[in-house]
Design a protein around this ligand. Structure first.
Ligand code: FMN
Length: 201
């Protein structure tokens, strides 16, 4: 089959696009508003898009609290989600009003970040402390804007729980990272293998 997403001519009950570009990591984004209120919400339109300097992004379907706070205070923290936090991550995605602290709603404790004001989730395996570098409304090929607004930030600090390290490396085989598939599906990293890059000549 072939379809054009704009025309929604896939003939299926759901657009398969997000199930195809998968798994997508989940950035569990903590932010602080100008008034000091704290926010936490998951974003799977999330990734690290460069490493020199390290730039992370999340993309908001319209004006949500994480975007608003990142705009107001110029900082966000990407908490890296492992399976033990699945239920709390999901709970924090409920559409609470602005100013409600999802840490409290999801039964989570806050731990201070090192270089930015938004706290990280206590007990998290890792967290990127980011300073906003640009906020980009996303236009299509016709130049027209859709609802999505991408927030990019430099990871000026990286918190790593030393328990996830083995022999100086992240122990990927024992770190059940949670990822988003399509529909209501999720996956966790369960099989890890290595591959050497090819050389030429
Ligand atoms: C796993 C997961 C991934 C999500 N990814 C996104 C996303 O990439 N962009 C988005 O706008 N909403 C996403 N959502 C929905 C937001 O988490 C939800 O709208 C939340 O209430 C936003 O909170 P905020 O207004 O406090 O930022 C996701 C929800 C879940 C459970």
């Amino acid at each position: 089959m072939f379809y054009e997403p704009r025309l929604r001519n896939h003939g299926l009950s759901h657009d398969p696009l997000k199930a195809l570009v998968a798994p997508r990591p989940i950035g569990w984004i903590s932010t602080m508003a100008a008034n000091g209120s704290i926010n936490l919400a998951p974003y799977s339109f999330f990734n690290l898009v460069g490493d020199r300097p390290p730039i992370a992004m999340f993309s908001s379907d319209g004006q949500k609290d994480s975007l608003r706070n990142a705009e107001e205070t110029g900082e966000f923290v990407c908490n890296i989600v492992t399976t033990e936090f699945t239920a709390a991550m999901n709970a924090s995605s409920a559409p609470f009003p602005h100013g409600v602290n999802e840490f409290e709603k999801a039964g989570l404790a806050m731990e201070p970040s090192c270089l930015v004001k938004p706290p990280r989730v206590k007990g998290i395996a890792a967290a990127l402390e980011c300073k906003v570098t640009s906020i980009q409304p996303l236009a299509g090929a016709d130049g027209n804007l859709g609802p999505y607004i991408m927030v990019l930030g430099e990871a000026v600090g990286v918190y790593v729980d030393e328990k996830i390290l083995k022999d100086g490396r992240v122990d990927a085989a024992h770190l059940p990272l949670l990822a988003r598939l399509g529909y209501m599906d999720y996956s966790s990293v369960e099989r890890v293998f290595s591959l050497e890059r090819p050389t030429v000549g």
